[in-house]
Design a protein around this ligand. Structure first.
Ligand code: KG4
Ligand code: ZN
Length: 334
């Protein structure tokens, strides 16, 4: 994919970003200089809570109902009009195909009616470069740990237009491990924040959970939830807060150990974290102890959002009208 550097873009241009890869309907306005003018996130969390996970068909329908209003809200909060938008950026993938198609179709329509360029953004590129937005942002080279409900990986960012994946989960994502663990502990969905809260009252040393090491920089979390399942079966009276704290400790230690190894191996001195799990209180505290400069984004830039999509678009070559009309969403990116 052809990329471009931020210097090539004229000053003052506003990018409208749209993100609908999973269960959040998001729109944002970001300037070419990386200033976030608005960042609207309409979460569908409660809609899916009763099913214990995201139902793709329901997510797509809800995106369709919300996307126009969310875009209008993002414009209004930025004090901007559609005429002020210079470029439209949208998540092309990876994600739920039906959900992605809603955002992509909206973006095409918004761009095509005004013959604006469109930027197709890799959702993960968005997470990796979220740390480059706003005041106090970090610059490459840095290591980025992305841990969300759908993805967990370590990336080396040498320049803002690309990233190299150094290691990733071979099974469940870290957020998935949190959600599945929370479900076993009888907590609500999404379980990460609730497990985080419960763990504060527990002893992280009370139970020992497996730390699987599938590769130097890879992760594996599926054995962990099975261990919790067996523990609950064998010891039904076990203290829930102790279980939550010990389970969380195992996930955080796995993330932090690989991050430390990657920093050392790659000789990097800066670290950014992103993805929903970056909101975890124990992980946030643990990465501060790594002895490198750490960029821990505010929660609204960790979880899925459109500001990171518009932000990443600054470093990607735009597609001109009408070329992008044939663009398709991709459940998996090449
Ligand atoms: O990035 P995100 O909003 O959506 C995906 O792209 O997946 O991440 C959502 C994930 C969920 O699994 C949720 O349980 C987890 O992030 N999460 C947390 C916390 N807040 C959100 N996990 C652990 N501790 C938290 N405080
Ligand atoms: Zn995400």
């Amino acid at each position: 994919m052809k990329r471009r550097t931020p210097e090539k873009r004229s000053d003052g241009g506003v990018i409208l970003g749209i993100e609908t890869s999973c269960d959040d309907t998001c729109a944002a306005l970001v300037t070419s200089g990386g200033e976030i003018r608005s960042n609207v996130i309409a979460s569908q969390g409660l809609l899916h809570a009763r099913y214990g996970g995201v139902v793709p068909e329901i997510a797509s329908r809800r995106h369709l109902e919300l996307v126009d209003a969310v875009v209008a809200d993002a414009l209004e909060r930025a004090g901007a009009r559609l005429e002020d938008v210079e470029t439209v950026a949208v998540t092309q993938g990876p994600g739920l195909i039906g959900a992605l198609l809603v955002g992509l179709s909206s973006a095409k329509a918004l761009a095509a009616t005004r013959r604006l360029p469109l930027v197709a953004v890799d959702h993960l590129h968005g997470h990796v470069t979220a740390s480059m937005l706003g005041p106090g942002s970090i610059q490459p080279p840095y290591l980025c740990l992305v841990a969300s409900g759908g993805h967990t990986f370590l990336a080396r960012v040498e320049e803002p237009s690309s990233y190299a994946v150094l290691g990733q989960t071979l099974d469940d994502a870290a957020g998935e491990a949190f959600d599945k663990g929370a479900r076993l502990l009888g907590l609500g969905y999404p379980g990460g924040p609730e497990l985080d809260r419960l763990a504060r009252d527990g002893d992280p040393e009370a139970f020992s959970f497996p730390r699987s090491a599938p590769g130097e920089l890879d992760f594996s979390f599926s054995g962990l939830k099975t261990a919790l399942l067996y523990r609950l079966r064998d010891e039904p009276g076990a203290d829930r807060a102790d279980l939550a704290a010990s389970y969380q400790r195992a996930i955080v230690e796995a993330l932090v150990a690989r991050t430390r190894t990657a920093l050392e191996r790659e000789g990097l001195e800066r670290l950014a974290i992103g993805g929903g799990v970056a909101a975890n209180s124990e992980l946030r505290a643990a990465v501060e102890q790594l002895g490198v400069a750490v960029w821990v984004p505010p929660t609204e830039l960790c979880t899925d959002n459109a500001a990171m999509i518009a932000g990443a678009a600054r470093f990607v070559e735009p597609l001109e009208y009408p070329g992008y009309l044939a663009l398709d969403a991709a459940a998996r990116m090449a």
